[in-house]
Write a protein that binds this ligand. Structure first.
Ligand code: LLP
Length: 415
């Protein structure tokens, strides 16, 4: 469900023609729909009604301040993985008391910043990290709220780069190691046990792996409760997939129902960390055709957005729908590669794609670019990063200026 659709043959974000944004802001530009973000947040939030819960939006999916602000205003919490993301949340008006801090490599300065801000919980990834957090808390005269990220060894059936719940992954610890960590934490004056955490991967298209993971997490949580360690919440991470093409992901309600039933029975608060399902389909990447060319039988459409703007196609073999912004029904359809200007063979947005014939200067919209689009962009080939725009009904705002060439060498020095 999203608010991008054609009105009189021209693609619109809500009520704003994408062609107008391209004309006024230029390309490439990420365009987000506020109504879509708000709807997705509410759907996820409501899917957990009936049980105490906290929706902690995964900042890494799309970390623009205005997007975080929209979510903060809805009451969202945030899942962060760095001091940079924490600073963004605070800058956007987010409530640190609703922040969970994930990630395998937290450093002292990041732990200190999170303790200073008063976050809700650290999702601890190793025994060493537990000791690191304890030491920082001790130095600051504080008590660090923690949950341990358990690796439930569940196969999420997703791309290998975004599966995190397998035994071979760098994330989390085994239930046995976690148990020992909880015993240590429960006895420490500088640690406070809050819950049990897991996250099994991203773009997951079934409910079953979540339920399986939750089962293992509950098993541990119940055992700990039996040993007198208070476990208030279960954090099941993020990972719910979206439809990029013809996938049929479960609705948040289907997942919510399964989670709520279990959490309710055992009187746990639920924490979820959704990223993609909230912003994925709430953004398109708007790009302009530079030209076309044929090499033998192969046809290329060369556009002004490249792998530095959207790396998902080459990194994960991701498929993103691409449509002309202005449709010309009479045009013949051709099999093309949609490629960027970057000097890499991996610089493509789509391979072997059926697309209506396009002329130079025409606009294309790349769908499903709201999550892990801009947030993974780089300056490779000294390309200034794209602008970001947030549409709200019939109006829009540039929520991040296009970078300038001078921005490219900010901080560099000539000898
Ligand atoms: N919580 C934790 C601990 C995570 O590591 C992640 C994502 C999330 C929550 C949010 O997951 P989501 O609901 O968005 O699936 N760049 C990849 C996705 C990487 C996901 C990393 N972790 C992509 O473009 O597909």
């Amino acid at each position: 469900m999203h608010h991008f659709s054609a009105i009189d043959g021209v693609l619109h974000a809500e009520q704003v023609p994408l062609a107008l944004i391209a004309e006024q802001v230029g390309t490439p530009t990420y365009v987000y729909s506020r109504a879509t973000i708000e709807r997705h947040y509410r759907v996820v939030d409501q899917s957990l009604h009936g049980v105490d819960h906290m929706v902690c939006y995964a900042v890494k999916a799309c970390s623009n301040l205005a997007v975080l602000q929209v979510l903060a205003q809805l009451g969202s919490g945030f899942d962060i993985v760095s001091a940079g993301e924490l600073a963004r949340v605070i800058q956007a008006g987010g409530d640190p008391a609703k922040v969970v801090f994930s990630g395998v490599g937290k450093q002292d300065f990041e732990i200190a910043a999170a303790l200073q801000a008063g976050i809700y919980c650290f999702n601890v990834e190793s025994e060493q990290e537990l000791h690191r957090i304890e030491a920082v808390a001790q130095r600051m005269g504080k008590r660090a709220p923690i949950s341990v990220r358990v690796n439930p060894e569940v196969d999420a059936h997703t791309h290998k780069y975004i599966a995190t719940g397998l035994k071979t992954s760098k994330f989390g610890v085994s239930p046995a190691v976690a148990e020992a960590m909880y015993h240590h934490a429960a006895a420490s004056p500088h640690l406070q046990v809050k819950g049990v955490d897991c996250h099994i991967g991203s773009q997951i298209l079934q409910v079953a792996p979540f339920v399986e993971a939750l089962g293992k997490v509950i098993e541990l949580a119940q055992r700990l409760r039996g040993q007198g360690i208070a476990i208030a919440h279960l954090d099941v991470g993020g990972g719910l997939g979206i439809a990029y093409r013809d996938e049929t992901p479960p609705l948040p309600d289907e997942l919510g129902e399964a989670l709520v039933a279990v959490a309710h029975r055992h009187q746990f608060t639920l924490v979820v960390e959704p990223g993609r399902v909230i912003v994925g389909n709430a953004g398109v990447l708007l790009t302009r055709v530079i030209g076309t060319k044929n090499n033998g039988d192969k046809r290329f459409v060369i556009v002004d957005a490249g792998m530095n703007d959207l790396v998902r196609p080459v990194l994960y073999d991701a498929w993103h729908r691409i449509d002309p912004v202005v449709s010309h029904p009479a045009r013949t359809v051709q099999l093309v590669d949609v490629v960027g200007p970057v000097c890499e063979s991996g610089d493509f947005l789509a391979l072997d794609r059926l697309l209506p014939e396009v002329d130079p200067d025409e606009l294309l919209a790349v769908y499903g670019a709201g999550a892990y689009g801009y947030s993974m962009a780089s300056n490779y080939n000294s390309r200034p990063r794209a602008a970001e725009v947030l549409v709200d009904g019939a109006t829009y705002q540039v929520v991040r200026q296009r970078e300038s060439v001078q921005d490219l060498w900010r901080g560099e020095r000539l000898l």
